[in-house]
Design a protein around this ligand. Sequence first.
Ligand code: TXA
Ligand code: MG
Length: 340
Amino acid sequence: MPEIVTPDQTSANIERAVALLNAGQLVGLPTETVYGLAADANNPVAVAKIFAAKGRPADHPLIVHLGADDLLNNYAREIPEAAWTLAEAFWPGPLTLILKKAPGVPDIVTGGQDTVGVRIPGHPIALALLRAFAEANPGGGGLAAPSANQFGRISPTAAAHVVTELGDAVALVLDGGDCQVGIESTIVDLSRGDPVILRPGAITAAQIELVLGQKLIATSAVVESTGDATPRVSGSLASHYAPLTPLTVLELSEMKHPLAAGDCAAIVRDCAELSVGLRQHGHVVILADQPARYAHDFYRVLRELDAKGYRHIYVQNLPDTQGWLAVRDRLSRAAHRESR
Ligand code: TXA
Ligand code: MG
């Protein structure tokens, strides 16, 4: 089993992680969103290990993580002004930009596409590792890192989850504590003209529109108009982020009956109507009635309930508002099981 270490930013463990990455090994990387499974983005053999460890199809591109935006030119070309504006406003932070890829970025990183996903994560340990790695790798310095889970499963939000998901495939896990955001970054495609959100996240469309001073095109409209069947974003597959236990979304008023059937668990929001004696009927977890705090706990709770082997997990429906959009997106994917 890999070792889990808690580095302070200048500790020998960062050096160890850099040495392992330089030797083509995989390292578990804490970020503010979820934990990543990192490899040298310029080493195709190392990146291939990511796909093998996750059971991820080869056409699903990876995000390249950087320690500073002056490394962007190593991975992207024809970078539009909007990218620098968003970088300035939101990096380090939970935002991924899709840009035209620079020549020399290995095809395996981008799933053979002519674009590349890049982000500077907002976590001190990730930044310390990325900066040390870049120093040792002039001209490159990026770490390709998907979420550190088996393909299609729940993303890890703690170091121990990475070991549960990947075992010996990861050489070392840097422990950065519980992820602050708890769901994956917002992805904005800037490679084809007007910006388009490909995956909602903690940074909302409204925040992006405010910074760019322009309205965004709704994602679904774009998917329909291009008729694009290739999963450019693996998170766009209906069954992503799913527990093994069947999961159904219900209104609070609908929960009592199915829970009473026994051997089930429920996730509800902390709200006034909650007195209804639900708790006597099964394992009920109460999450905050606020999107950021809900997102912080959602994957962890789902993972814990999934491990308990319940017959069914019921989750209270979430408000249909912009603030809840990203968590609603993850919940609806967790509830989909047909196509797995
Ligand atoms: O918060 C995050 O983004 C986390 C942490 C570790 O940084 N990473 C993450 O990676 O969620 P992953 O691989 O699980 O999801 C990245 C998504 C995938 O759905 C992938 O298809 C999409 O980004 N992506 C990457 N490069 C792309 C590209 N060139 N064009 C379109 N989508 C891309
Ligand atoms: Mg993922």
